[in-house]
Design a protein around this ligand. Structure first.
Ligand SMILES: Cc1cc2nc3c(=O)[nH]c(=O)nc-3n(C[C@H](O)[C@H](O)[C@H](O)COP(=O)(O)O)c2cc1C
Length: 415
């Protein structure tokens, strides 16, 4: 059997996740495996058609595909996300059709479910036979019991491939036709002279629905609003996964590109942050995801505390399958921010969208003035118990800055 392994770690061969794939290779040596370091080599894969083709040819000639990835901000790494976008943009999905597949991750199990759900939906979109997931903690491979579980998982996968077992799809295909959004002339009625609002986008096409959503939103306010277009900022790379930031929150790229300066000077100084982006496959853009990944230099601490955060989204948000909604909510809860909500351009009439944006803008302002922070759900309560225990135990040696912060701010609330 021929198996293609698609590694989603920016660390390439040094990836922890890859060791789990290596373990499968050792246990099942009768198969022929080909591994590609997707996230690490994304620039080359994107720039050189021959590189992309090599991967697609391997997938096409394979009987099975393993999506092996580390968790990055509740999903996959931004560069792995870009690879998924390339598959659809270049209409190369046919190589994946009917192939049996699994998802294999390592993480601290903070939103591992959303990452696997996202990948499952992508596999369904590619019309693959999705056999199942294996979500490992970083050091599980050292445990006999976990080795046995992984061996059985791989065994059941290869059995499914050999017997051509069939699996039903969990996600309906996205069926979307954009309705043109033509906003009315906005009335600037909200006085924003005493606070700062920013629009964070990742490339906007002129006269697009997204641009119209943003313009109508900005038009509700009396003063100009700063617009940050991530595609024009000096962001040279995705997060390298080096964890250099763990000691004192210094990003290894700090003096090599403009990301840290952008984050500290223009984003953290805002009171209201509006993320404005387009749906790409089942999530937002990989550019936005890369932005999120790079914000990890703040490690496991909230970096947008008490801000109001909202989302203007163009595209089939309501069909993405829930992962996007959960991760946006989880991100706001994790930041201890006010979640203003989402407005999309999926409405049947432009007037409805206008009304939604008008009320959304008013809520943002009201939330700020009243310092309204959205209540925690399981997402933050559960997530923070994981962070608390991990930072106290296994992660403390690397994430010293978190440990100091957690101690100082009463985050060690053990029963
Ligand atoms: C920027 C960054 C973001 C991360 N986000 C998550 C996360 O959302 N959930 C989680 O459980 N682990 C998260 N992790 C932990 C990694 O998933 C974990 O360390 C993984 O084992 C790394 O695998 P790799 O060596 O294959 O890259 C994150 C790590 C980094 C560096």
């Amino acid at each position: 059997m021929k198996v293609t392994i698609l590694n989603g770690s920016p660390k390439g061969d040094l990836s922890v996740t890859l060791q789990y794939a290596e373990f499968i290779k050792k246990k099942f040596p009768q198969n022929r495996y080909t591994t590609f370091n997707i996230a690490q080599k994304i620039k080359k894969i994107e720039a050189e058609p021959a590189e992309f083709k090599k991967i697609m040819t391997s997938v096409k000639e394979s009987d099975a595909v393993i999506w092996a990835f580390p968790l990055y901000y509740m999903l996959v790494h931004g560069s792995y996300k870009r690879f998924i976008e390339l598959i659809f943009e270049r209409k190369a999905g046919v190589a994946f059709k009917n192939k049996h597949t699994i998802t294999l991750s390592t993480s601290i199990k903070f939103f591992d479910n959303t990452a696997h759900d996202y990948m499952h939906a992508i596999c369904d979109d590619l019309q693959m036979q999705y056999v199942g997931y294996f979500s490992a903690s970083m050091s599980d491979l050292k445990k006999n019991e976990k080795q046995k579980q992984l061996t059985l998982f791989a065994k059941s996968f290869f059995k499914a491939v050999n017997n051509n077992e069939q699996f039903s799809q969990s996600y309906s295909p996205i069926n979307y036709k954009q309705i043109k959004y033509n906003p009315a002339k906005p009335k600037p009625v909200i006085d924003n002279s005493l606070y700062k609002i920013i629009i964070l986008s990742a490339g906007i096409k002129p006269k697009s629905n997204l641009e119209n959503l943003i313009n109508y939103f900005c038009g509700q306010f009396t003063k100009d609003i700063e617009r940050i277009d991530l595609s024009k900022e000096d962001i040279k790379t995705g997060c390298l996964g080096c964890c250099h930031c763990g000691y004192d929150n210094t990003c290894i790229m700090e003096n090599k590109d403009g990301y840290v300066n952008l984050f500290k000077s223009r984003i953290q100084s805002a009171d209201i942050i509006i993320v404005a982006d387009q749906i790409h496959d089942r999530y937002l853009s990989s550019k936005w995801k890369t932005f999120l990944d790079r914000s990890f230099f703040n490690t496991h601490k909230p970096s947008l505390l008490n801000k109001q955060i909202g989302f203007l989204i163009s595209g089939p948000y309501s069909q993405t399958g829930g992962t996007l909604q959960t991760t946006l909510q989880g991100w706001c809860e994790f930041q201890k921010a006010g979640n203003i909500g989402v407005v999309t351009d999926e409405q049947n009439s432009s007037k409805t969208t206008d009304n939604l944006i008008r009320d959304f803008a008013a809520r943002a302002s009201w939330g700020l003035q009243n310092q309204y922070i959205t209540t925690d759900t399981f997402l933050r309560v559960g997530g923070f118990k994981i962070f608390r225990d991990e930072v106290y135990c296994a992660l403390q040696i690397i994430f010293q800055a978190d440990h100091t912060y957690y101690k100082k701010n009463g985050y060690y609330d053990f029963p």
